[in-house]
Design a protein around this ligand. Structure first.
Ligand SMILES: C[S@@+](CC[C@H](N)C(=O)[O-])C[C@H]1O[C@@H](n2cnc3c(N)ncnc32)[C@H](O)[C@@H]1O
Length: 307
């Protein structure tokens, strides 16, 4: 089923009433202490090693939560809730169930108060998001909405790629420079391995930027919120591992012509390129995702193997 059709197919269920056993989503937020009080009371001085830059403006966290779409069904997964600003907005926005993964035990303790204010709707997982597969958490449909710790943001996304189709939507905050790479079109300076790997599997859109002053403490760089809508199936046929080998070879020598850079994966790179109907004088950034997939298929078929 096409991606759009798949989403439409699930919409009627979303509009239906919540099962009797589930607490009904509500937009009526309980009264909570200001986030700055939570931070002071729990001694949450930001730790750089954990990429801690907190968003305390509930207008901004509300904007990110709304970008997550309809949260009233399934599971909303948050990575790194910190003191819980975005978590509050997700719950106030009607999230049926939030599963929040946090590595810092100080934040886990602070979040218990929020869990008590929304009985049954917030589950806090104390642990490392790098070791947890979000596609296995809670009930489908699953979405991830998160202000990611920047030090592991691309590593997390790379881990999620193989099971991306099992997520309905991801709304993620990255450094602007990373966000530009994710959404970069062919021909642009930012287009690279991660752009191909992600755009092969999903529609990617940069939604809006946040300046450093929006965060406490402010990071050095501007941040961008990115929406990722996974496709039910990758856009073009290709083996993921072979596609990765081809893009790694091509972009690792991105200034070189492909007939040269692809020799590390195909001794007769010219034959490989001819089989995929690609001009050997092109460079990595000139190729569309579809052309990279054609190269991966040709390599899988043994083309270009002998030099
Ligand atoms: C950029 S802060 C965002 C905090 C909060 N969501 C906000 O918007 O204010 C990143 C959060 O991720 C947490 N974190 C860092 N590395 C993590 C990891 N590997 N697994 C889970 N959480 C992590 C940090 O402790 C921090 O709370």
């Amino acid at each position: 089923m096409a991606f759009g059709a798949g989403r439409d197919g699930r919409d009627p269920a979303r509009r239906g009433p919540a099962p009797m056993s589930e607490p009904p989503p509500t937009d009526t937020a309980p009264t909570l202490p200001p986030l700055r009080d939570v931070i002071a009371r729990h001694g949450l001085a930001a730790r750089r090693a954990l990429g801690q830059h907190f968003l305390l403006d509930l207008n901004l966290t509300g904007r990110i939560a709304r970008a997550g779409g309809e949260l009233g069904t399934g599971t909303t997964i948050e990575i790194g809730p910190g003191p819980g600003g975005l978590t509050r907005s997700l719950l106030a926005h009607g999230a049926r169930k939030v599963i929040a993964i946090e590595l810092d035990p100080r934040c886990v303790e602070a979040l218990q108060e929020l869990a008590a204010a929304y009985p049954g709707r917030l589950e806090i997982v104390a642990g490392d998001a790098m070791e947890i597969d979000p596609a296995k958490l809670g009930e489908a449909p699953r979405r991830i909405v998160a202000n990611l710790p920047y030090n592991v943001s691309t590593a997390l996304l790379a881990r999620w790629l193989p099971s991306l189709a099992r997520l309905e939507r991801l709304v993620l905050m990255f450094q602007k420079e990373v966000a530009e790479r994710l959404a970069a079109p062919p021909g642009s300076r930012d287009y690279g391995r991660l752009s191909v790997a992600l755009q092969w599997r999903a529609d990617v859109k940069r939604l809006f930027d946040l300046p450093p002053r929006a965060f406490t403490p402010p990071p050095k760089v501007t941040s961008s919120v990115v929406e990722i809508r996974p496709l039910a199936q990758p856009r073009y046929p290709a083996d993921a591992e072979i596609l990765e080998r081809v893009t790694a070879a091509a972009f690792n020598q991105r200034r070189k012509m492909l007939r040269q850079s692809l020799r590390s994966v195909a001794p007769d790179a010219a034959a490989l390129l001819a089989a995929a109907e690609i001009d050997g004088t092109a460079r990595a950034e000139d190729l569309s995702v579809e052309q990279f997939c054609a190269l991966a298929r040709a390599l899988a078929a043994g083309r270009g193997r002998t030099g």
